[in-house]
Design a protein around this ligand. Structure first.
Ligand code: PGA
Length: 262
């Protein structure tokens, strides 16, 4: 197995208020040292990015604790008349190093297609951000045994046209839609099977050596009590955590399981 980094990201979605965001960020930064070997990324609501950056003493994109910041979404254009949208360079300006793209909530609630995710991924890379590209099947698709086809198509479509060097630097999050916010976590075997398949797809887009470098996170009801078995799988390199990332102790406990697996 390649010597890949372990990366655990907290997707705070549309939760918390200013004071709670600052408190949570401070707590995560204070505890990050116990998760040695794991990169921690916080993805707060955009309006709290600046406050979180200050709370973790972010300078030049990194906190002394090693914690970095990510956006939850971006627009593919650099600037202009796009009311309510956020340009990639604006995320960089505020201190972000990465951005979640194509989350299933964006895909299903806001109509984001693979083509849109592809454009956003390219815009993120052009601005110097690491895209965290999300893919995953619905329950119906899994029950129809279509998981492999659906995820392969999302990978091919969302990452079309990227060079091997660009692919090597992105993060993929495999998030079965039926596991997000439901408490139903994929079994380690189910997750590993899809992670291995994603890596094969990446090899077809680039080559095996490149595919071997890509960090693939699992997401969907990751909690402290299921993180260890997930972290033990050869192709699961981290987690994209929703609900549990809103609790400092849970988020840090999840990260510690990935630290232990390095
Ligand atoms: P969850 O969300 O951990 O609450 O299931 C994961 C995600 O949507 O990224």
């Amino acid at each position: 197995m390649a010597d890949r980094r372990r990366i655990v990201a907290g997707n705070w979605k549309m939760n918390l208020d200013h004071a709670a965001a600052v408190e949570l960020a401070k707590g995560v930064a204070a505890g990050a040292g116990k998760c040695g070997g794991v990169d921690l990324i916080l993805c707060p609501p955009a309006v709290y990015l600046e406050a979180v950056a200050a709370a973790i003493d972010l300078t030049d994109g990194a906190s002394p604790s090693g914690v970095t910041l990510g956006g939850q979404n971006l627009h593919d254009q650099p600037k202009g008349a796009f009311t309510g949208e956020i340009a990639p360079a604006m995320l960089v300006d505020i201190g972000c190093r990465s951005c979640i793209l194509g989350h299933s909530e964006r895909r299903t609630l806001f109509g984001e297609t693979d083509a849109i995710v592809n454009t956003k991924t390219k815009a993120a890379l052009a601005a110097g951000l690491t895209p965290i590209v999300c893919v995953g099947e619905t329950l119906e698709e899994r029950e129809q045994n279509r998981t492999a086809d659906v995820v392969a198509a999302q990978i091919q479509g969302s990452l079309a046209g990227l060079s091997a060097a660009e692919l090597a630097g992105i993060i993929i999050a495999y998030e079965p839609v039926w596991a997000i916010g439901t408490g139903k976590v994929a079994t380690p075997e189910q997750a590993q099977e899809v992670h291995a398949l994603i890596r094969q797809q990446l090899a077809t887009l680039a080559d095996a050596a490149t595919a071997d470098q890509v960090v693939i996170q699992y997401g969907g009801s990751v909690k402290p009590d299921n993180a260890a078995v997930l972290a033990g799988q050869p192709d699961i390199d981290g987690a994209l955590v929703g609900g549990a990332s809103l609790k400092e102790a849970d988020f840090l406990a999840i990260a510690a399981h990935f630290a232990a697996s390095t």
